[in-house]
Design a protein around this ligand. Structure first.
Ligand code: 21W
Length: 245
């Protein structure tokens, strides 16, 4: 996968060389490049922004440097692939979006750091994505979050050890509580079933606790999935246990 990022803060992407993503780059699975679109400005002060027509507060990213930086990416890579604009008014980012993007050969991110974009910049864009309903100072962290979630889904990037298959948000439920040694830590015991060696009982306990966590913390997720008969039974037990009135 080739990943291009357009940003006027290229140094913000230095952490991407760490961790799994850095390893994916070193192993040749991902080709990652950040373009500082300030280098493409045509004005003598190298301004990337300007005041909005019609008046109002704040500055807008002007189209010229972004269009020229995109032309340079096309000249180098042959295309720009999917073009993602980081925008608080975009579609909220989810695991389903990451799964969709992980199948692409080339993704280009446009990350702004101002009040907004001149509307004509959207002409270059295939997807407008938001990280969620809170205000950031710019799109750079959004681009990094999307890259992290997407690249780890590329086959070969995660080893079997950290396989993405059982992840929350792919099963639709939150994960069950987990414990490691010691079985007694400062008087706090690991649930007995987990040390029983009864694998059927352990699987049932895990499913029930997964349902409990989802019921207590993210009931919205339960609306979105089809439960098996067994899960319906376990969830009824959880509801009875958690209802005290
Ligand atoms: C913050 C841009 C506030 C615009 C029209 C008239 C990218 C982001 C961002 C930023 C405004 C994301 C306005 C979640 C985010 C981002 C910078 C407000 C006011 N519009 N996901 N006046 N949250 N934020 N514009 O902030 O660039 S993805």
């Amino acid at each position: 996968m080739r990943i291009d990022v357009l940003s006027i803060f290229p140094d913000m992407f230095k952490p991407m060389t760490e961790s799994i993503i850095g390893k994916a780059v070193n192993r040749g699975l991902v080709d990652f490049s950040v373009t500082d679109f300030r280098n493409f400005t045509n004005n003598k002060h190298n301004n990337v922004d300007d005041t909005p027509f019609g008046g109002g507060a704040g500055m807008l990213l002007t189209p010229q440097p972004i269009f020229d930086a995109m032309d340079a990416i096309k000249a180098k890579a042959g295309d720009y692939g999917r073009v993602i604009l980081l925008d608080p008014a975009g579609v909220p980012f989810t695991q389903a979006v990451a799964e969709d993007l992980s199948g692409e050969e080339h993704i280009t991110f446009i990350a702004g750091h101002y009040e907004g974009y001149d509307e004509r910049i959207r002409e270059l864009v295939t997807d407008e994505i938001s990280l969620g309903d809170y205000v950031l100072t710019g799109g750079e962290l959004g681009a990094m979050v999307i890259i992290d979630a997407t690249v780890r889904l590329i086959p070969e990037v995660l080893g079997n050890r950290e396989s993405a298959i059982g992840d929350s948000f792919s099963t639709g439920l939150l994960e069950y509580p987990q414990y490691t040694r010691p079985a007694d830590f400062r008087g706090r015991q690991v649930p007995e079933v987990l040390t029983s060696g009864n694998h059927a009982k352990i699987a049932e306990w895990r499913m029930k606790e997964s349902l409990r966590r989802t019921y207590l913390r993210r009931p919205d997720l339960l609306e979105k999935i089809e439960l098996t008969k067994e899960q319906v039974k376990l969830l009824a037990e959880v509801e009875a246990e958690e209802t005290t009135d």
